[in-house]
Ligand binder design. Sequence first.
Ligand code: ADP
Ligand code: CIR
Length: 359
Amino acid sequence: ENNAFNIKKIENAYKTLQEDSKCNSLLKKHLTQDVVDKLKYKKTKLGATLYDVIRSGVFNPDASVGVYAPDSDSYKVFSALFDPIIQEYHGFGPNDKQPDVDLGEGRTKELEPLDPDGKYIISTRIRCGRTLRGYPFNPLLTGDDYLIMQEKIKKAFEQFKDTNDLKGTYYPLSGMTKEIQQKLIGDHFLFKEGDRHLQHANACKYWPKGRGIFHNDEKTFLVWVNEEDHLRLISMQQGSDVGNVLDRLIRGVKTIESKVSFARDPHLGYLTFCPTNLGSTVRASVHIRLPKVSTRKDFQEICDKLNLQVRGIHGEHSESEGGVMDISNKQRLGISEYQAVRQMYDGVKKLIEMEKGSK
Ligand code: ADP
Ligand code: CIR
């Protein structure tokens, strides 16, 4: 029977993970025998099982986290697995509550350029994620859903017609030439294709249907449609003017929010496909060169203490090139949007001071 087969797959996955001495994912750590026994028979209202939650991390033992939520109900039904992972990643306990939305409106001027002389920072980017209320995450969406959602979101983009700097064009992925797509990816504007973590989470079905990117002419305000999340709203520019980048993102978010309603949970804040993005959903990052500090043996430790995450030049799961790293806030849940930006801002400020002070 189908159900028995699914339970067998969960039990086998548990064994495979525990026997893999090279696997260090949060999934492996928190998927204990107890948790397996407690969750292996459970299903969400839409029919998602524990196997759907862990599939990505089972096929990708090098994952850092390894789980995704097929629908918002999953965060509750499979809380015995999600809660300890969320606790370890964000420092957010099962009884904690995401603070009220605070994008930092009216306070963006406090975030003066981090590197006014342009010695270290190449560019600055802030993104947040949103989920259309009433729709599940990728694995449970149908081909039709993708098209309907894309239409809804395209309608919302019309709001930007009346703004000067945010107005732009939506470019669906279907029909885009490979050349243009690769150029947009290489220039850091567009999501990559074929991410194996997402593929094994069943998040790339019907690709490229309903996927695409909106951006203004300057490519300083961009919206990814139906990649990992239903929406990713992005503000970015050359240099280190964090305040200006945040100000633009706030205007973009508020304009879209006037047209579409997004899924928000009283405990977890804005809901996202990956538990690392819950809450504020904000990742604020700089592309930065810190030749002295980054080659210290304790660099990773320094970043951990500052709650900073280091990624490569082409984002997550990529390598640094020419000494350029992507440094961002690690925490998103349990802090406001503004605090998430500040986590990056204060941490990077500290790193630059250390760089200046090193011989
Ligand atoms: P996300 O930030 O949406 O979680 P990634 O880590 O994959 O996803 O990054 C997406 C893209 O954004 C990548 O091309 C990455 O190089 C680019 N990016 C991230 N931070 C910056 C930055 N400060 N300046 C320019 N590009 C950036
Ligand atoms: C991993 O566990 O390494 C991947 N599943 C990514 C985890 C967090 N990043 C993300 O959601 N983009």
